[in-house]
Design a protein around this ligand. Structure first.
Ligand SMILES: Cc1cc2nc3c(=O)[nH]c(=O)nc-3n(C[C@H](O)[C@H](O)[C@H](O)COP(=O)(O)OP(=O)(O)OC[C@H]3O[C@@H](n4cnc5c(N)ncnc54)[C@H](O)[C@@H]3O)c2cc1C
Length: 432
């Protein structure tokens, strides 16, 4: 079979992961990215066992390659700010640990793997998708700079503000809505944060003003990252959010929220935070989409199902999407140059041509399996986000404190979400 050509829009997390995984089956991908060169917005993310498993088993990025670059851990302790331990959450599964890793390192690893597969993976920067046309023979992507590119199918991995989504849904395409919570991230040298015994890293510390997440950013835990959120009804423009951050406005608002918290390590983090050197995120959400695909175009990652970062699963879901899509494509399109032994079961030799394939049916199966999986993850994210909000009265604060304690005690002090962490894309059903 001649090699198909997959056009991927977006070189964030999911796009490169899909290209790397597909290349193992001899499938050629070109990624188009609007940014003029490689780069990320910075900050760190958490990759949980389900994300590391799909990277390792399906995408072809060995687990050690990721683990050695970040802070690895097996559990997160939950505390009340006065030192009362609420409970612990298990963050490992089946030999895979969680890792907090800098976004730029994740991107470096993905781009390195793309470069290793350069015969089959090309990344073109400065390519902002403008519109898409599809017909019986293929799909054409049109870019703002006047370039037109033809491929067999197109995958929209272009994030929450997806342009591809507009093509798939037309007038039904939703506009992302602001979630009403704004987040602040910052980091300090470990020496500036007095961690009272027996607290260890990583910890989630609950206070009457909300929850603070404290997780190291590097393998030796020399740099401690922390994050806090606050409810803010006022939505700002992109520039407005930027000014709110760089002027120190957000940091001052958060410091004010936590002014009455006198206990460590929260006090030291607030006092030592450099007001204009923080990161800000204002999560946007999209409702459930009517569909994720057309005959030749399919959405994945945040473009299909963006969720707030509170569950630490957005990139994980984009990676799972990439892994599952690569298995579906491999089963139909794999060429003899396939090199991934682990995935050879998925690869069928076929006498069909790339244009005989019913891509709409393939995408429909992708949507069916991935939507169901995403639902369970979204529930976790919502619960986690709700728990971070400040409570408005002493009574509701105390209710949260003791109801959490009781809940954890009923679980034996230790909770594990097997369904989220134990998911294995390699075992997901690719028959339809
Ligand atoms: C503060 C914060 C913390 C987070 N923490 C975590 C965490 O701990 N764990 C976790 O798993 N997830 C986390 N996430 C979520 C995670 O970052 C996203 O879910 C993930 O990046 C989605 O990947 P994606 O590939 O779908 O989209 P993105 O990574 O957003 O990539 C989309 C790419 O498409 C490009 N693009 C957009 N439009 C066009 C166009 N028209 N033409 C060409 N290119 C285009 C963009 O420039 C971008 O490079 C966090 C998010 C935030 C904001």
């Amino acid at each position: 079979m001649s090699s198909p050509h997959v056009l991927i829009i977006g070189a964030g997390v999911g796009g490169p992961a899909l290209a790397i995984a597909a290349a193992q089956h001899g499938i050629r991908c070109t990624i188009f990215e609007l940014r003029s060169s490689p780069g990320t917005k910075g900050g760190s993310i958490m990759l949980q066992p389900n994300a590391r498993r799909v990277l390792d088993k399906v995408i072809g990025i060995p687990d050690e390659m990721v683990g050695k670059e970040g802070f690895e851990f097996d559990s997160i302790d939950f505390w009340w700010e006065d030192g009362m331990k609420i409970g612990s959450v298990d963050m490992s599964d089946g030999g895979y640990r969680s890792v907090r890793i800098k976004r730029e390192i994740v991107q470096r690893i993905l781009l390195q793997k793309c470069a290793e597969a350069k015969d089959l993976v090309e990344i073109r920067y400065g390519m902002k998708l403008e519109k898409i046309k599809e017909d019986k023979g293929g799909v054409t992507a049109y870019f703002e700079n006047g370039t037109e590119v033809r491929g067999n199918i197109l995958i929209g991995a272009d994030g929450i503000h997806s342009k591809v989504r507009e093509h798939v849904l037309g007038d039904l395409a939703p506009t992302p809505t602001y979630s009403g919570m704004v987040g602040l991230g910052s980091a300090l040298p470990r020496s500036l944060i007095p961690l009272p015994s027996p607290m260890t890293y990583p910890s989630f510390i609950y206070t009457p003003s909300g929850m603070i997440m404290v997780v190291p950013n590097d393998p030796l835990a020399q740099e401690i990252g922390f994050a806090a959120q606050r409810s803010e009804d006022q939505e700002r423009t992109r520039q407005g959010w930027e000014e709110y951050k760089t002027s120190g406005g957000l940091a001052r608002a958060i410091k004010n929220d936590y002014k009455d918290v006198t206990t460590q390590p929260v006090r030291a983090m607030m006092d030592n935070m450099i007001e204009d050197k923080v990161s800000l995120w204002a999560p946007y959400e999209i409702p459930d989409l009517e569909t994720w695909h057309t005959d030749r175009v399919c959405l994945m990652g945040d473009a299909a199902h963006a969720i707030p970062p509170s569950g630490g699963q957005g990139a994980g879901q984009a990676l799972e999407d990439a892994g599952f899509m690569s298995r579906l494509l491999a089963a139909k399109l794999s060429t003899p140059s396939s090199t991934n032994k682990d995935n050879d079961n998925d690869a069928k030799s076929s006498s069909t041509t790339v244009n005989d394939i019913d891509y709409a049916a393939l995408f429909a199966h992708f949507e069916k399996i991935r939507k169901a999986r995403f639902e369970s993850v979204r529930t976790l994210t919502k619960n986690s986000g709700d728990m971070r909000r400040a409570k408005s009265s002493f009574l509701s604060t105390m209710f949260r404190k003791y109801s959490m304690k009781v809940w954890f005690t009923l679980q034996g002090g230790y909770y594990k979400n097997d369904a989220v962490l134990g998911y294995d894309v390699a075992a997901a059903d690719i028959t339809y």
